[in-house]
Design a protein around this ligand. Structure first.
Ligand SMILES: Cc1ncc(COP(=O)(O)O)c(C=O)c1O
Length: 398
C-alpha cells in the first residue's frame, strides 16, 4: 500500500447514495437517516488498490459474458492460506459458494433433515439463528461463558447437549461479536467432543485474516486429520478486503463423501455459477493483498485501542479489546438502565447507530456492538457521541 493510501490518511468516502446497507439502509432499522452508522460489518475504507485496479481492468474489457473460476483463482486462496496461516489445502478440497451464509444453508439442507438439532454458541451473528430455524431445524444454544468481558466455551454444557442428539454445530472462528480468536487448545477440545458424538462442524472462518498478533487464527480443519474430516470450513475475502458486496466465498471440505454431496447440492440448486467481478477481486485480493492487510490491521488495532482507552470504565461502560475482528462489544449492563433506554439515548441524543446486542441472542442484552472499520475521524466522532449519550442518561437519572 502506498503511504497516501493508508487508512489513517483516508478521507471519509461518501457512501450515501450507493444503496449501501450501512448508510442508505439505516432509516429502515433506526427510523431515521441522520446517524453516524457503526453497525453493519463492512468498512468505510477503500478496498486494496490492487483489487480496485483489477476490477477496473476487467470492467474496461466491455464484454461481461459467462465465466468460470480458473485454477489461478483457487491457487491464490491456497497460497494465501499456506503463507499466512501455515494451512496446507489441496485443490481437491475446494468447493464454491455464493456467500458464507448461503453455503451454511446449503450444508444444513445437505447433511441434516427437518427437526434435526443444530448447536450454536451465543451470543453470535444473527443469521446463525435464522439459517437454522428458517430451514426448520431445531436450534440448540450453548451460551459462551463471560468473565470480565472474556468469553470461553462451556464444554460441559456442549457435551450435555451433544448427548441429547445434536447432529451439527456451527462454529464462529474468530467469533463475532465477542472478538475471541479461538486457540488451538480450545478448538481441539471442542473438536474432540464433536468427534465423540459424531457432530458435523460447520466452521465460519470469514474473520480469519482480521486477527491481532500475538493472537493467531487456527483453522479448525488444520488441527488434525480426524477434525479435517469432520469439518466444513467456510471462508471469504469479503471482510478482510472489504468486498462483501461482491458476494463470493469458498468451502474447504476434506471429507470426500461430504464434498461430493455438497457439490451435488450446489449444482442441484444451480448455484455453481461465478460472477466475473467477484472472481477477479477474490484472486487479486489473495494474490496481492498481504502488505495492504498488514497495514490495515495496524489501523484497526489502533482504532480498537482508541475506543477502549476512551470508553472502558467511562460512565460504567466496559470494553475489552478484541483479539480479532473490527467489532467492539460494549457492555452497558452496569448502567442498569435497560437496553431500550440506552438505544434511545444513542440514537436520539448521540445520533449514533450501533448494533443492538440482543440481536446476537439473549446474552447480548445490555450490550451494543460497535464497528470500527472506518477512518480515525469517524472513530473519534463515535466516541464523542457515546459520551454525549451517557452524559444525557446520567443527567436524566439525576
Ligand atoms: C460471522 C459471519 N459470517 C458470515 C457473514 C456474512 O457472510 P456472507 O455475506 O458471505 O453470507 C458475516 C458478516 O458480518 C459474519 O460476521
Amino acid at each position: 500500500m502506498h503511504s497516501e493510501q493508508q487508512p489513517e490518511n483516508t478521507d471519509v468516502i461518501v457512501r450515501r447514495g450507493t444503496d449501501c446497507e450501512k448508510w442508505d439502509g439505516m432509516a429502515q432499522v433506526f427510523g431515521r437517516d441522520d446517524l453516524l452508522p457503526m453497525w453493519v460489518a463492512d468498512m468505510d475504507l477503500p478496498a486494496p488498490p490492487q483489487v480496485v485496479d483489477a476490477l477496473k481492468n476487467r470492467a474496461e474489457h466491455q464484454v461481461y459474458g459467462y465465466t468460470f473460476r480458473p485454477d489461478s483463482y483457487y491457487q491464490a486462496f491456497i497460497d494465501w492460506n499456506r503463507q499466512r496461516h501455515h494451512w496446507q489445502i489441496s485443490p481437491e478440497c475446494l468447493s464454491d459458494a455464493p456467500g458464507v451464509i448461503p453455503a451454511m444453508a446449503l450444508c444444513i439442507h445437505t447433511y441434516t433433515a427437518p427437526g434435526d438439532q443444530i448447536l450454536i454458541q451465543t451470543p453470535v451473528y444473527r443469521p446463525f439463528f435464522d439459517v437454522v430455524t428458517d430451514n426448520k431445524r431445531k436450534l440448540v444454544t450453548s451460551p459462551l461463558v463471560e468473565d470480565q468481558g472474556y468469553y470461553q466455551m462451556d464444554y460441559d454444557d456442549i457435551a450435555q447437549k451433544f448427548a441429547q442428539g445434536v447432529r451439527m454445530m456451527i462454529l464462529c472462528n474468530p467469533h463475532n461479536p465477542v472478538g475471541r480468536v479461538w486457540t488451538a487448545d480450545e478448538l481441539k477440545r471442542l473438536g474432540e467432543l464433536c468427534l465423540a458424538y459424531d457432530v458435523k462442524i460447520i466452521t465460519d472462518e470469514i474473520w480469519a485474516d482480521l486477527v491481532y498478533p500475538p493472537h493467531r487464527y487456527q483453522p479448525m480443519a488444520a488441527i488434525n486429520r480426524d477434525l479435517a474430516n469432520q469439518t466444513i470450513a467456510l471462508l471469504a475475502p469479503s471482510k478482510t478486503f472489504n468486498i462483501a458486496g461482491l458476494h463470493n466465498s469458498i468451502a474447504v471440505i476434506h471429507n470426500k463423501d461430504w464434498k461430493k454431496q455438497y457439490d451435488q447440492a450446489l449444482k442441484r440448486a444451480h448455484l455453481d455459477f461465478a460472477n466475473i467481478f467477484s472472481v477477479v477481486a477474490f484472486t487479486a485480493a489473495y494474490r496481492f493483498g498481504g502488505e495492504w492487510l498488514d497495514q490495515l490491521l495496524g489501523h484497526l488495532k489502533s482504532n480498537c485501542h482508541q475506543v477502549t482507552a476512551a470508553l472502558d470504565g467511562y460512565g460504567g461502560i466496559r470494553i475489552r479489546p478484541p483479539e480479532g475482528t473490527y467489532l467492539l462489544w460494549l457492555d452497558f449492563r452496569s448502567l442498569g438502565l435497560g437496553q431500550d433506554l440506552i438505544i434511545k439515548a444513542l440514537v436520539e441524543h448521540g445520533k449514533l447507530g450501533l448494533s443492538d446486542g440482543r440481536s446476537f441472542g439473549r446474552e447480548g442484552d445490555g450490550y451494543m456492538r460497535m464497528n470500527v472499520g472506518c477512518p480515525r475521524s469517524m472513530v473519534t466522532e463515535g466516541i464523542a457521541r457515546i459520551k454525549e449519550s451517557i452524559a444525557y442518561l446520567t443527567e436524566k437519572a439525576e
